[in-house]
Ligand binder design. Sequence first.
Ligand SMILES: *[C@@H]1O[C@H](CO)[C@@H](O)[C@H](O)[C@H]1NC(C)=O
Ligand SMILES: *[C@@H]1O[C@H](CO)[C@@H](O)[C@H](O)[C@H]1NC(C)=O
Ligand SMILES: *[C@@H]1O[C@H](CO)[C@@H](O)[C@H](O)[C@H]1NC(C)=O
Length: 405
Amino acid sequence: MSPQLLLLFLLLLHIAILPSLQLSHVDLAALADIKASLTDIPGSDFFSSWDITAPDPCSSFSGVTCSLSRVSTLTLGTGLSGSPGLAGSLSPSIANLTSLTQLILFPGLVTGPIPPQIGQLTGLRVISLTNNRLTGTIPSSFSSLNNLHTLDLSFNQLNGEIPPGLTRLQELKVLILAANSLSGELLGVWTQLLHLDLRKNKLTGPLRSLPLTLRYVALSDNLLTGPLNSLQSLSELVYLDLSMNKFNGTIPAELFSPSSSSMFLQRNNLSGGLPSKLVGSTSYGEGSILDLSHNFLTGELSPVLAGVESLFLNNNHLTGVVPEEYIQSVSDGTTKTLFLQHNYLSKFPSKPGLVLPDAVSLCLKYNCMAATVMEGLMSCPASAGEQMSRPASQCSGFNDHNSID
Ligand SMILES: *[C@@H]1O[C@H](CO)[C@@H](O)[C@H](O)[C@H]1NC(C)=O
Ligand SMILES: *[C@@H]1O[C@H](CO)[C@@H](O)[C@H](O)[C@H]1NC(C)=O
Ligand SMILES: *[C@@H]1O[C@H](CO)[C@@H](O)[C@H](O)[C@H]1NC(C)=O
């Protein structure tokens, strides 16, 4: 190669390659700040590749990807199982990475607030800062993140209210704020949300109108009150967990849709009866689970719930005879768990000699039937207690001692 050609080659190399490797000075300074405010917990080696003097942070720093000389995604921590993660705090300089589209912090012990400046990064589509020890409130500046698709701040120590502006973000599809100490009332309408998980907080007040797009709703273990009416038009739901709140009133019949095959309403103050028919023409099938236990449900068992794979109706005020359909479902193994203990049921009309498949758990304890005959069929949780039947004094009008035909 002649010297001229070599020079030309080097010039071309510089033009074609080096600029694309040259991370912007602003971003490099921000990465230095981010590194300075975090540390690897012993056993984690995330920052070992972060040599601030390295010629090309975009290809050498773990957790950093770039586009056009700017940092476009930042993943802090390795996420490897068994890695203890990072400690320290999040630097406000993250906000200088103005081309960032994704910010992830893997589980660790990062403390302190979420820098509100992150709300300036309007290109962000994903923020996931879970399982750390972040404190303070969710920055209201997040209401400006018009491209945000996923926000997951679960399992931290955040408090205060959910910023009202979050409910208006047009692109937000997944919101996971579970296991914090968030308080205040739930807000209505979250535009196009698909997945809402606010489990294990301190939210109060009634349910408000929710977007019809929702497929997954988990609000369990809060202090929510009032009726469930506002859920009745959520026809896309496949998963609903409202357990351990103080909801009252009846369960809207629309919620009994086999397309929504996981429903947890246990430990509320729900009353009224079970549905006599289901939404749609199908029935509950494999993998379906319905837990309505520990409420104040009354009336008789409905045959339409007989095909549910795991059915928990225990600790209610249900009366009457267990329908034949339930007995069929447990004996052919379609229903694998049928918990009916602690009700006022009067009869389990099984044929003598009924044998249940090994995988089936049936519990009928503490009802108004002479259940002793079925002792051999039953497998109850310890919480069902020792007593096979309710005291006769509680059963006047409900009991029927011919429990085997
Ligand atoms: C980030 O930007 C702010 C405002 O432009 C500036 O004052 C600060 O020095 C920057 N931080 C870094 C680490 O460059
Ligand atoms: C639900 O609870 C509220 C407040 O305790 C009460 O006013 C209301 O009557 C209850 N509704 C039903 C249907 O029990
Ligand atoms: C739940 O229902 C029980 C029994 O009806 C009642 O004593 C209790 O006050 C109710 N709690 C709420 C929060 O409505």
